[in-house]
Design a binder for this molecule. Structure first.
Ligand code: SER
Length: 317
């Protein structure tokens, strides 16, 4: 590959870890990190970093030209819970930035795009268990509407202009290096912090509200594997289902209680319960497995051990 890799949203939950993983793999200078703000993580500052608003088409173009960017990982989005508070802002941010990147690829300024979709593209009328790759999609959040529209645009640019854009419908992502913000699945990260810090947690989802989730290491590996897969293996050009681990608050709490004596959880559902209720409980990712050999590594127990072990060190406990 000639040219560099640009990460949009490099200070976010996924962007932080993807930047570090790609710098490990290809060398620091090959990976240009960008965001609207600087990161607090010193590790991210050790290498090319640009302050960039991805909804500013001219600024985005200038960075792509300056660094001779080959591949863009577009990780800028307003997530589901914040999106419900600011619907127009969520739509503008989520759509404009994607369209700018697709246009740069159509013009041949960049050659490849990774763009994340989400389980939020599904809605209340979608089959809830083992949700298939192709099914009813009637999302009821502005975030889900923007992701579904984005999927259609990705496939459109591939079919009409040959743009090499690849995408995954991420489940809720669980990580210790960087925190999520404004999502409905964030409870499954908060619960680990609170378990260690306070020995108890109040969930904003109800006891048996199961959702598909994934440990960040698996998500980063999936992202790089799909983006680097030979072109003939990438048969889905809207977005691939990715399954991960499905659990509800009671089940993750039990897994944590296996490591922290006396850990307790109660549930006080808020508006995010309604968002979660509209999403699948589990996902069928057989297309990703068949096309580019996807296999997750972490189950709930492995994830809990990794989260608690790493967070203990991070929090100095
Ligand atoms: N994690 C996201 C959210 O909760 C779903 O993609 O909004």
């Amino acid at each position: 590959m000639s040219g560099t890799i640009l990460i949009l949203g490099a200070c976010g939950q996924i962007g932080t870890e993807l930047t570090l993983a790609l710098r490990d793999k290809y060398g620091t200078d090959q990976i240009v990190a960008s965001d609207i703000r600087r990161s607090d993580l010193a590790e991210l500052q050790n290498g090319p970093f640009e302050i960039l608003d991805a909804s500013n088409a001219d600024a985005l173009r200038a960075v792509c030209e300056q660094y001779k960017v080959h591949t863009v990982y577009h990780l800028v989005a307003m997530l589901s819970a914040t999106g419900e508070k600011f619907p127009m802002k969520a739509w503008d941010l989520n759509m404009q930035s994607l369209l700018h990147v697709l246009e740069l690829a159509r013009e041949g300024i960049i050659q490849k795009i990774f763009w994340p979709s989400s389980i939020a593209v599904f809605g209340p009328t979608t089959p809830k268990e083992h949700t298939p790759q192709q099914t009813i999609m009637e999302p009821s959040t502005v975030y889900g509407i923007s992701k579904l529209a984005g999927e259609r645009w990705c496939e459109y640019y591939f079919n009409k202009y040959g743009v090499d854009v690849r995408s995954i419908r991420y489940p809720g992502l669980i990580s210790w290096k960087s925190q999520p913000g404004g999502g409905t699945t964030d409870y499954a990260v908060e619960i680990y912090y609170k378990a260690l810090e306070e020995g108890r947690y109040t969930s904003f989802l109800s006891e048996h509200r199961a959702l598909p989730m994934m440990y960040m290491d698996d998500a980063i590996r999936a992202t790089i594997e799909l983006t680097e897969a030979p072109v003939e293996q990438v048969k889905v050009r809207n977005s691939y289902n990715l399954a991960g681990i499905s659990f509800d608050p009671v089940t993750i709490a039990a897994s944590i209680a296996g490591h922290i004596d006396g850990f307790e959880m109660d549930c006080v559902p808020d508006f995010r319960e309604n968002i979660a209720a509209s999403w699948p409980a589990s996902i069928d990712d057989s297309a990703a497995q068949a096309d580019w050999n996807w296999q997750p590594e972490y189950d709930l127990e492995a994830m809990t051990a990794a989260m608690l072990g790493n967070l203990k060190v991070k929090l100095g406990l």
